[in-house]
Design a protein around this ligand. Sequence first.
Ligand SMILES: *Cc1c(COP(=O)(O)O)cnc(C)c1O
Ligand SMILES: [Zn+2]
Length: 402
Amino acid sequence: MYLTHLECPRCNATYEPDRLHNLCACKSPLLARYDLDTLADDVQRSDMERGRDDMWRFAAFLPAAESDIISLGEGMTPLYELDGLGGALGIESLMIKDEGYNPTGTFKARGASCGISMASRLGAECVAMPTAGNAGGAWSAYAARAGLDCVIAMPEDAPEITMKECVLYGAHTYLVRGLISDAGKLINNACEKYGWFDVSTLKEPYRIEGKKTMGLELAMQLGWRVPDVIVYPAGGGVGLIGIWKALDELQQVGWIGEERPRMVAVQAEGCAPLVEAFERGDTESNFWDNAETLAGGIRVPKALGDFLVLEAVYASDGCAVSVTEDAIVDTMRRVARVDGAFLCPEAAAAVAGVARMREDGDLESDEEVMIINTGSGLKYSDLVESDLPCIDKDEAILPPGE
Ligand SMILES: *Cc1c(COP(=O)(O)O)cnc(C)c1O
Ligand SMILES: [Zn+2]
């Protein structure tokens, strides 16, 4: 166990890690800090190349002790090339880290595994959160496994499968007429009233630690180096902040050098507060009114960790780009047809962002690009039109194209 304390990235206040914490007194999210010098003495990077077949292989960089771990086998997801689309875009190496292989079908499982492990260890009895859908599914599953009560509030237009997941895992689930930000206010009020532990995005410090493992893994999978560009569909931006934190920690223990990928945050034109802030050169975003995109995971009008996302984008010489709804749907279809991968619409937005960067001359053909497919497209089957002929048993099947 190398966790030493929690630290506020805004005012530098520190907190003891052995009790439940939400935000810093200054309202900033808190970040977990570790004794990385001792870790570097005790653990070698070759130790990481074997071990558990899930993200807890990286337990040295995580806050929970072995006996606290609530796991469903999350993490250690594959990397593969999108040769078809990469070729069409003139990119030599366009890679996917496919988080669709996780329990509950999205990378939210990583954050939930770590967050629930710690909430349970530190004595929470009931966790509560607003969600666009996928986090609700994941946290409900891990809460069930830990024997914790779980309260979920989600917009009434969240994907139906995620509602069903919450119900199936036994979470106390509400649909809200409004946005995720409205659901967040309702959860906040209920937590104050009933003493539940608020596990909203970045309101507790350990979800980001779970998501950080994406960065640890991808560096290991590339042979302890980083790609030139990482493209991330950003809602709350937790995954992007987590990957950035992971690379920083890997450098501090000497497992990678100081080279960093350009960090690119992609959003939808109908909800692009981070892009707008980036274009203004600002370090914080404004609340985005009337947020709208079919990619629900990135429909976040104002992220609590916006300043951390933008910090990583600026520090890495990255950028933030937005894409249209048509581009998202077209890209989802195109990647399926040419590369056989069913991306979630959020990741399709990220790929569309790569195409946009190529058009704008912001991406060289020899840059190695890694896209995080944050979830499986299988959770979004309603976005696929399948207008199929239905034939009688005495009719004939014709060759393709006829
Ligand atoms: C939650 C979610 C996102 C956004 O993740 P953040 O790390 O909060 O930006 C993207 N894609 C999918 C599928 C999600 O569920
Ligand atoms: Zn603070």
